[in-house]
Design a protein around this ligand. Structure first.
Ligand code: EPZ
Length: 424
């Protein structure tokens, strides 16, 4: 198994380009199952999760050809509509084939996803939404089996105890494009990835309005054509690189960024004293130490994203004072706390809230990545720490960041990928 070995303390300087968004690409690739004809998706990052989605689409009868960062998807055979446990276990986002398969083929069998390192992750809202469109849903041998001759439009409330659901909104919106009549999704997720999916579906001929707001209206059509689409920049990768600049007191020009997708995050960066300025199609981020503590709460978009909570926590260990972080989306998403503490951070957790005491000089140590964003937080902490940090189980980071070590190295980080066996 690979690990990342980081000798911290180097200021990062230079230019980085942000990749297309993984979390936009995954549901968009699934939605290609709705089309009669080929779709071409551009700026798809080269990540393990994307490869898992390609493998799944092939299993479901699609021909998928990747050329650089462009993927062409065309359904050739509709005989198999089963996403089995082996696939869904590896990548929870496989659930986003449920809506497209059901709407296009009248049947979908998708293994019920389990929990994961960031906590319980139910799919009740996805299922309630599809039921409201007329699907019958059963659980057989651990598989969700959804059936409907033709879905019909309906009014659906997708709010849950922790806000709306991003992939649930993607599933219901995709399915409703081919339903008979009009569907209104209330309390829809407003994330930019949902707007990107709606843009792709519209290019295919779908009639969708209101995406980006809590009320999405979809007027069903009888068929959709293939379409070309370019994926939006990954806002979470952009935020991670911005923190890399700040935590190393460096200066990075980060290209292919949509600052309007990161307003809550940039607001907090500025509140603690980081300088972030828009420049062309990107941002320039720099910092001169003397960061200040802050309070933040993760929230559905446009609030502060849960997917940047761990990375921001790493940064706050270097800020002066007590910071308070409350996690409102996944209240148990704190696996990184114990690992950051191994590097010398002082963090106290009380339920969904942590207090981060700073500033602390982090000191390198071996640490264990538990999930994608926790791994990113540990890499960031390693960049700031004195001595050597070894981040084990780095396959988590490969799920969401393309060639992270090469890109960080190019802007001055001392970071190498090694086999865990070769580490003393
Ligand atoms: C998406 O997951 C992202 N994944 C996650 O990113 C992200 O953390 C999350 O949205 C929140 O922004 C992809 O896009 C592939 P949710 P999703 O359904 O859609 C509860 C990363 O690091 N809920 O919006 O699965 C749920 O438990 C990943 O890239 C229900 O109660 O998340 C949570 O508390 C990790 N019932 C809240 O809603 C449901 O049926 C939001 O989850 C569904 C969700």
């Amino acid at each position: 198994m690979d690990c990342l070995v980081i000798n911290g303390g180097h200021r990062l300087r230079g230019t980085l380009r942000v990749s297309g968004a993984k979390n936009a690409a995954l549901p968009i690739m699934a939605a290609a199952l709705l089309a009669d004809g080929p779709s071409t998706i551009e700026d798809v990052p080269d990540l393990h999760d994307i490869q898992s989605q390609i493998d799944l689409l092939k299993m479901l009868g699609a021909e998928v050809v990747r050329t650089g960062s462009t993927i062409r998807i065309e359904v050739k055979d509709t005989g198999n509509s089963h996403a089995p446990y082996d696939v869904v276990r590896k990548m929870r986002a496989s659930i986003c084939v449920l809506g497209p398969l059901l709407a296009k083929r009248g049947i979908a069998r998708v293994s019920m996803p389990g929990g994961c390192a960031i906590g319980d992750r139910p799919v009740d809202l996805h299922l309630r939404g599809l039921e409201a469109l007329g699907a019958s849903i059963d659980l057989e041998n651990g598989d969700i089996v959804a059936k409907a001759k033709r879905l019909h439009g309906g009014a659906i409330f997708l709010g849950g105890n922790f806000g709306s659901t991003v992939l649930g909104t993607a599933n219901v919106m995709s399915a409703a494009t081919l339903a008979e009549g009009t569907t209104v999704i209330e309390s829809a997720a407003c994330e930019p990835e949902i707007v990107d999916l709606a843009n792709y579906l519209r290019a295919m001929g779908a009639k969708i309005t209101g995406d980006g707001t809590p009320r999405i209206t979809i007027e069903g059509v009888t068929s959709l054509r293939g379409a070309s689409h370019r994926i939006i920049p990954d806002r979470i990768e952009a935020g991670t690189f911005m923190i890399a600049a700040a935590i190393t007191n460096g200066e990075l020009q980060i290209d292919n960024v949509r600052p309007d997708h990161l307003m809550a995050f940039i607001d907090k960066l500025r509140a603690i004293g980081v300088i972030a300025e828009e420049s062309g199609t990107g941002v320039i981020v720099s910092s001169q130490r003397n960061l200040r503590a802050v309070s933040l709460t993760t929230q559905p978009y446009p609030g502060f994203p849960t997917d940047l909570q761990a990375q921001f926590m790493a940064l706050l260990t270097t800020a002066d004072g007590n910071s308070i972080i409350t996690e409102k989306i996944f209240p148990d998403r704190f696996m990184h706390v114990a690992e950051l503490s191994r590097l010398g951070a002082r963090i106290h957790r009380e339920g969904p809230t942590v207090i981060v005491e700073g500033p602390r000089q982090l000191i390198g140590a071996p640490v264990m990545a538990s999930d994608l964003r926790a791994s990113a937080a540990l890499v960031l902490a390693g960049l700031a720490a004195r001595d050597t940090t070894t981040v084990n189980r780095v396959y988590h980071i490969d799920r969401g960041y393309e060639k992270i070590e090469l890109r960080l190295k190019a802007v001055g980080a001392d970071i190498q990928r090694k086999d865990e066996k070769d580490i003393d």
